[in-house]
Design a protein around this ligand. Structure first.
Ligand code: ARG
Length: 298
């Protein structure tokens, strides 16, 4: 089995061949105390510097935390850090994993933007005290890798989808695939408004994905359509303005998503998912929504 797959031609296995992996049942979140838009590192942040309503941001964050607790995910929270306004997007600093023997491991990220690099050690500390074995990428060989912003688990399977082009290098996936001994289907991202894979691909369950097609190459779309039986497509408006694809479906049944994604939400309901709408308006100003405001952990 090839480790990093970048073309449909090289897809030499089917999902049934991939070993199962337990779903994570805990979630890590970072308090939004110091969240704000202080700089511009993605197109969504443009014109939003200084515009975050702190009180609203706190309320929105608490609503997401409650929505996760309601679907029986145990929440762990970490303090935010002054001067690290994006640390609240805690999907980005790490990629956690559990192996067949139940050993918990994590790759720490190499953040693309200078402004976010100092977030990583704070997140690492949490994994360390929780008993995770910590892996690092070689910074002399790999430029960047932004954790679960770009590396997304295929629900219940020992397989990853890996986005590259803006915040993560395809080279990172080779090292991760070898260390965790799993295949990674790598997808090139081609629209800077969709700079992380979690802005344009949401794995809903083992058979179903929600995507924004305009963010991918033809080859990427071929790969997605080859693996998933059912692909729901978000419109440009719902994907770009409302971050529909940055939803999360931690249990393969309940989808927590930015409110107002009318077409996506009706497609989700038609496909049998339970939809929980939340407001992430303050975080959209920073180019993030539900998926990246939490990290699923074992
Ligand atoms: N302002 C943050 C950044 O540009 C937002 C990160 C959102 N995370 C995500 N996985 N989409 O890095």
């Amino acid at each position: 089995m090839q480790n990093v797959i970048t073309s449909a031609e090289n897809l030499n296995f089917s999902l049934a061949d991939i070993p199962s992996m337990p779903l994570p049942d805990r979630v890590l979140m970072v308090e939004p105390t110091y969240f704000s838009v202080d700089y511009v590192i993605n197109p969504h942040m443009d014109n939003n510097v200084g515009s975050v309503d702190k009180e609203k941001a706190q309320t929105e964050w608490e609503t997401i935390k409650r929505a996760l607790a309601q679907i029986d995910i145990a929440t762990h929270t970490l303090d935010g850090q002054e001067g690290l306004p994006d640390m609240v997007f805690c999907a980005n600093q790490s990629l956690p994993f559990i192996d067949e023997d139940g050993k918990k491991q994590v790759f720490m990220s190499i953040m693309h933007a200078e402004q976010r690099k100092e977030e990583v050690p704070f997140i690492e500390q949490w994994f360390r005290q929780d008993g995770y074995e910590i892996h690092y990428l070689d910074e002399s060989k790999i430029d960047d890798f932004e954790g679960c912003g770009d590396a997304i688990w295929h629900t219940g399977k020992k397989m990853l989808w890996g986005g590259y082009g803006y915040r993560s290098s395809v080279k990172a996936y080779k090292r991760i695939a070898e260390t965790f001994d799993l295949p990674i289907i790598a997808l090139e991202l081609v629209d800077e408004a969709f700079y992380h894979l979690d802005t344009c691909l949401c794995v809903l369950d083992a058979q179903t994905a929600l995507i924004y097609p305009g963010a991918f190459t033809d080859e990427g779309l071929k790969l997605i359509n080859a693996v998933f039986d059912h692909v729901i497509e978000a419109s440009e408006h719902e994907a770009k303005t409302l971050f529909a694809c940055n939803a999360t479906c931690p249990d393969g049944k309940n989808v927590i998503i930015q409110k107002g994604c009318t077409n996506v939400n009706s497609a989700l309901r038609d496909a049998g998912f339970t939809v929980h709408e939340v407001d992430t308006g303050e975080y959209l100003k920073s180019g993030g929504s539900v998926f990246c405001m939490k990290q699923m952990v074992w």
